[in-house]
Design a protein around this ligand. Structure first.
Ligand code: SF4
Length: 156
């Protein structure tokens, strides 16, 4: 059975910037967990950041813009974290390749893992349409991304 990548925070790991998780309780996730198919990854931790950490957003763009060096990621204190975010995305892609994964469940709104919506880079809580850096890199490499609100759409 094929493995499935999941954002660590959705699987209950307390790796979010504020030290919390976003654990989801869904029959499909519980089934995959029992089958031993879930591979957990937190791109920001893989990129060298620690928990807790200041919140971060993509400035003037989306994940693909950051990958193409057209926008950057900073934390709320204006520290440039673009390298750490891209490193984390690349390490997540290595995991994907190692396990031959083609589906990932990624936490919505994150500057790494978001797939439909991200914050707009003003640290004001405003959401825009866009994707995080890791999601952009995984999509570029053919991975199908679902967020935690789309689990009912997955046909197994
Ligand atoms: Fe969760 Fe992704 Fe943020 Fe890590 S980078 S805390 S996995 S949303």
């Amino acid at each position: 059975m094929k493995k499935i990548l999941i954002s660590s925070c959705l699987a209950g790991e307390k790796v979010r910037y504020n030290g919390s998780d976003r654990k989801i309780n869904h029959p499909l996730i519980n089934k995959w967990d029992k089958e031993g198919r879930l591979i957990l990854a937190c791109p920001e931790i893989l990129g060298g950041l620690s928990t807790p950490r200041p919140s971060a957003e993509i400035i003037n763009g989306s994940g693909l813009d950051a990958l193409n060096k057209h926008s950057k990621i900073t934390d709320i204190n204006h520290n440039d974290l673009t390298k750490e975010f891209i490193d984390g995305a690349e390490k997540t892609l290595e995991i994907i390749k190692e396990h031959n994964i083609d589906i990932a469940i990624m936490a919505e709104r994150s500057p790494s893992c978001g797939s439909c919506k991200i914050y707009d880079g003003t640290f004001s809580g405003k959401l825009i349409h866009g994707e995080g850096v890791t999601t952009a890199l995984l999509r570029k490499n053919g991975v199908t991304i679902y967020n935690e609100n789309q689990l009912d759409d997955i046909k197994e």
